[in-house]
Write a new protein. Structure first.
Length: 367
């Protein structure tokens, strides 16, 4: 446990030293108009080694397969066509900002039927639609599955997720987003983590770069830049200058714990007031040992089961009442918590109690 907090202290000290250095604005904000668009399509993967959809369990697979064959001039009306090497899939992708017709993007393929694996399959030409219903890309290619499955008569082994995969550069952009970036008069910078102090520092850094007022903070999450005031050739030139300016971001004090793994992560600004902590565990054990009582020989009685229970309560010594000194730095906080000498999972409960007592001055987030 002490080793865990030593590593945590080292990590947080490195993080705190790095926060003294500036972070580029491009790593703190999203620029208005510079974003991707989600695409989705419904298609068919063929060429599977008997691991596709069961047609009777996934009738939509048969429908799309019939439609594709009919478009290719193959009439299978009334035919009993039930292959097991095809699977219906959803195809998703993100159209990056300023993507041009003819460029290629990655796609993700996920089975929606009862297919066991997409390993080795090939996605047939699949249109990808955006939220407006228009087709912006077409996907096709060999699926790289994220796992594998092996099975026998009495056992099955699955590694990863074989029913999902990717196709690198698997879609070609057919339509461009109708957006003229050069006509923007102003650009809004949306902070990924809204904070008034950080937004003010971004405003100050931009105005300091140009030596005049070209930006203005609207709220904790938005800074607007006047393109004409920058006197840049175009909005793209203005963003190219602004996004590389350095700013020291301000972060809220947070403690994040993961109860499943027992992981505790603290921010550099976490503070704990002077508090006393006592920790101990109760263990309740109940053991059932039923006893079978047999009747006497040649008697008319029946054997009965007599319950027998052994119950006990054990209390571990615990830490007693220990005082945690108020810390003015992260290293002092960790040193005070280490003095309790408890396991990480018990430390999570202690931190919850300290927060409830009002002595932990940070957001407490449990995942």
């Amino acid at each position: 446990m002490i080793r865990l907090f030593v590593l945590l202290a080292a990590f947080c000290l490195i993080a705190s030293s790095s926060t003294a250095n500036s972070v580029r604005i491009k790593d703190l904000v999203e620029f208005d108009g510079v974003r991707g668009n989600d695409l989705v399509g419904y298609g068919l993967v063929v060429g599977l080694n008997g691991s596709g959809d069961g047609i009777r369990n996934a009738p939509f697979t048969e429908d799309i397969m019939s439609n594709i064959l009919e478009r290719l001039g193959v009439n299978i009306t009334g035919e009993q066509f039930r292959p097991k090497n095809v699977a219906a899939v959803f195809v998703t992708a993100t159209l990056p900002p300023f993507a041009r017709a003819g460029s290629r993007i990655d796609v993700t393929v996920s089975a929606i039927g009862d297919a066991k694996s997409l390993l080795g399959g090939t996605l047939i030409m699949t249109p990808l639609n955006a939220a407006d219903g228009e087709i912006y890309a077409v996907g096709q290619g060999t699926v790289i599955a994220g796992g594998a499955t092996a099975e026998g008569d009495a056992a099955t082994v699955t590694q990863g997720v074989p029913t999902s995969g990717v196709i690198p550069n698997g879609a070609r952009v057919e339509r461009e987003i109708d957006f003229d970036f050069t006509k923007l008069k102003s650009i809004r910078l949306a902070l990924r983590t809204p904070d008034f102090t950080t937004a003010e520092r971004i405003e100050t850094a931009i105005n300091g770069k140009y030596g005049r007022i070209v930006s203005r903070m609207l709220d904790s999450g938005t800074v607007v830049v006047d393109i004409s005031a920058t006197r840049a050739i175009s909005p793209a030139h203005a963003i190219g200058t602004i996004e590389n300016l350095g700013v020291q971001p301000e972060r809220k004090a947070k403690v994040v714990v993961d109860q499943r793994s027992g992981t505790i992560v603290m921010g550099a600004d976490v503070r704990i007031s002077r508090v006393a902590v006592s920790q101990g565990n109760l263990t309740l054990r109940i053991q059932e040992q039923p006893v079978v009582v047999q009747p006497n020989p040649f008697s008319a009685g029946e054997a009965i089961v007599v319950p027998r229970t052994n119950a006990s309560i054990e209390e571990e010594p615990g830490t007693g009442l220990a005082e945690v000194e108020g810390g003015t730095s992260l290293s002092e906080v960790i040193a005070g918590l280490n003095a309790l000498g408890v396991a990480p999972r018990d430390m999570i409960d202690i931190l919850k109690s300290i927060k409830a007592a009002g002595a932990l001055h940070a957001d407490f987030i449990v995942r």
